[in-house]
Ligand binder design. Structure first.
Ligand code: UDX
Length: 442
């Protein structure tokens, strides 16, 4: 088998595009297929439709190795491994919508020559059902664990590569393992259903960790503990680990909310009530709304008040706003009668579509102009280096709710702000110094 085996990538969203450029970087000729002709045209010109660090660079360097096309037949002609990377958004019921996966399968024949490698996140049992519907189709489950914002690095340095296949399809599993071999990651070879479950269980566990630390943060606020110190102390226990213990105003994105809902329903449909996941979901919803309480503590009724949202993407280094906390927050604030302004360094175009009621500003300064409060929603690095005394002076009232515990409370307080974090000792009412009289302490 050639080291540079040609690979077909079906669907060039986040997972597909990152996989395409990374496998090309590893030397594989790639046929990358998408039904969206506009997206294909854009990629052919060398432009990327999403914001992801290093993606442009890798695409540029590997343009000769990647053919973008709308024709799946081109991938079928060139490659025996077809990586299915189409999206599986939640349906109205919260189940995963597999219609795009089915469209891909409809183009395949069970000729035994082409294997379908499932990268899309699908419910456990999907592989078995696809193979039942198309006998003779070699099938490999190879879930993707990359994070938006660090997707290229995650692809190139995976903690593990999980490959699930039936014994009869060992040749396809071997070929997938060979494609990932240069990355030197731990390999988990298993059956299809277990591989599918690894993905859902991993995301559910990480989401549980976040909701857990968010609840610890909420209790810490009541009892005078600092959750950052608590997380530091907990994280040093190797059985717990320090990652994903950052409290905030809830998790969002295209994966966690949809995957935990899909796992909850998968369990429910098979007769098991996944109690813990219900709590994880509920805590996350309430966490987004707790900001309102922090604002009313200082401002009273929010009717007629102006609130600025700093950061609108679901996390930094992405323009993705799927399930972003900013969406819930903006709607809640508008519901309370507040007017909302917002700023995001890269998600402005997406925000214009999704947040029609929010006045989008080109700068932090413009977003804060005349505001009664600011909420830091996304921890964009550029927010760490702002002149808060200057910004506070633009506001009608210098109040900041730091939804990601990203800023130094002492710096903010010295700049004249009333500062509220998540699970940090709370600001007493009226603790803001008048702007101009405080030592900024930077
Ligand atoms: C996640 C998984 O990490 C990844 O393995 C999977 O393939 C897709 O889903 P992603 O959604 O890109 O990746 O982002 P991630 O960095 O995991 O963050 C998800 C959400 O959790 C964000 O809203 C983030 O702000 C939040 N988060 C993360 C916390 O609130 N606290 C933390 O400690 C970590």
């Amino acid at each position: 088998m050639s080291e540079n085996e040609p690979l077909g990538i079906i669907g060039v969203g986040w997972v597909g595009l990152v996989s395409a450029v990374c496998f090309a970087e590893l030397g594989h000729p790639i046929k990358a297929v998408d039904i969206d002709a506009e997206k294909v045209a854009l990629l052919r010109e060398g432009s990327t439709p999403i914001h992801e660090p290093r993606l442009d660079e890798l695409l540029e360097r590997n343009r000769d190795r990647i053919l973008f096309t709308t024709e799946i037949s081109e991938a079928l002609e060139a490659a025996r491994l077809l990586f299915c990377c189409v999206d599986t958004p939640p349906t109205y019921s919260g189940d995963a919508d597999l219609s795009r996966v089915r469209e891909v399968v409809a183009n395949l024949r069970g000729d035994g020559e082409h294997a379908l490698v499932m990268k899309s996140t699908v419910p456990v049992g999907t592989g078995a059902s696809i193979v039942r519907g198309l006998a003779g189709l070699p099938y490999v489950s190879c879930p993707e664990f990359l994070k938006e914002g660090s997707a290229i690095d995650d692809f190139m340095n995976p903690d593990r590569v999980v490959i699930g296949a039936a014994t009869d399809d060992a040749w396809a599993a071997d070929a997938v393992a060979a494609a990932y071999a240069p990355l030197g990651a731990a390999l988990v070879r298993t059956d299809v259903a277990s591989a599918e479950m690894v993905k859902l269980a991993s995301n559910a566990f990480l989401a549980t960790k976040i909701s857990f630390i968010n609840e610890i943060a909420n209790v810490s606020e009541e009892v005078g503990a600092d959750v950052a110190e608590v997380a530091r102390g907990m994280g040093l226990d190797e059985r717990i680990g320090a990652a994903f213990l950052r409290p905030g105003i809830g998790f969002g994105g295209s994966c966690f909310p949809k995957d935990i809902s899909a796992l909850k329903l998968l369990a429910g449909n098979s007769g098991y009530h996944f109690q813990l996941l219900n709590a994880v979901i509920e805590v996350n919803e309430l966490q987004k709304r707790r900001v309102i309480g922090k604002l009313t503590k200082h401002l009273g009724s929010l009717a007629g008040k102006r609130v600025a949202l700093l950061g609108l993407a679901f996390k930094p280094d992405t323009d993705d706003m799927r399930e972003a906390s900013s969406l819930v927050l903006a709607a809640r604030l508008e519901g309370e009668g507040a007017s909302v302004s917002g700023y995001d360094p890269v998600a402005a175009a997406t925000a214009a579509e999704l947040l029609p009621g929010v006045e989008l500003a080109d700068t932090v300064e413009a977003a804060l102009e005349g505001a009664d409060a600011a909420v830091l929603v996304t921890e964009w690095p550029e927010f760490a280096h702002l002149d808060w005394a200057l910004l506070g002076a633009k506001m009608a009232n210098p109040l900041l709710v730091d939804g990601r515990n990203f800023l130094d409370p002492d710096v903010l307080r010295a700049a004249g702000f009333a500062y509220e974090g998540i699970g940090r000792p709370a600001a007493a009412l009226g603790d803001a110094e008048p702007i101009g009289t405080a030592d900024r302490g930077t």
